[in-house]
Design a protein around this ligand. Sequence first.
Ligand code: SF4
Length: 392
Amino acid sequence: MLKRRELAAFRKQLLAWFRQFQRDLPWRRTRDPYCVWLSEIMLQQTRVAAVIPYYEHFLERFPNLHALAAAPEEEVLRLWSGLGYYSRARNLQKAAQQIVAEHGGEFPARLEDVLALPGIGNYTARAILSIAFEKKHAVLDGNVARVLARLGAIRGDLRASQQWQKLQKSADAYLDGKSPGDWNQAMMELGATLCAPRSPQCLLCPVAQFCEARKRSIVDLLPEKRQKRATVEIHLAAAVFADEQDRTLLLPPPKERNAEPLVDHVPTLASNLWHFPTIPVDGDPLAKLRSHLRKLEIQKQNGVFHFVPANKVRHTVTYRAITVQPFRISVKKLPRLKGAERVPLQEVTILPVSNLTQKVARAALAAAPSAEKNCEPIAEKLEKADSSVCPE
Ligand code: SF4
């Protein structure tokens, strides 16, 4: 840790740099706790550039906490659609409702009250309180941890519990108590811009003279690599019905569904949003999907189904590598499915849907209807020869 005089110089130099060179971001133009909170939630695991349009659009529709608390959840999710990690949006609204109920609609200014809100952890609570209320709470996230590790030449897995606690103490010790909001943002800004994971720009760094890793020429070695969680491969098949007007069927999130599910539900992968009927598969996806549709006797309603395999869709959610095989299923009339909504295949986003569902819709749209005409019906060895299929 730096000595008193060095610490004062360190703080002065970092704050001066931040105040002069910080990026102009919409949430930095306000100290309104609602806006700061919204930005912090949106920025979790999401890039700044991706967040900006969502943040602005969201605030246009829900300019304050009361508007968010009173909105239909479906609308909140629709505005979040495409940003991913939808539990963030649900928790945001639940927390807004809790603030209205328990704090008269005023964002609480005590750490324990903020931590009691859904979707807010230690980092987010400290960020909101320091930026919006100038409370003396130092933040620690991945960016700040990397900066601290390099400043102090700290080795080992930073995410290990004891190490993380040490880093929090270090962050607390560096905190500038006179400007905790700017200080926290300055540390995060340094980590997000100059002290990047790869090729840090030490020549431009305002605090390079205090950096232990630089002195020891081990900047590129820090932070040390964590053991990565092994990737889990997941294979799914999705049924994309399409009638003659190119309308399709989406199933509701599970809690809203009061009907027999069309197929097994895969909640985490559909992010609890509206989604195409989807099943996990471990062999032939077409056979598995047909088998499910037969079990549900949907084909009895509609007669012949034409299955056209669309291009596979790949999607990654943290350690899960998901591959979806969509099948466009042309029907004269969409089957009846309790709870399902009919939507144009080109506009599935009129309901709250995940990025994965949007990708599946695009793949199904690209499976040209003309290709279906060239498909030879297959005389299946099934009870009824009721399907045709184009080979992949
Ligand atoms: S000198 Fe380099 S490694 Fe050290 S804090 Fe600055 S940017 Fe990071």
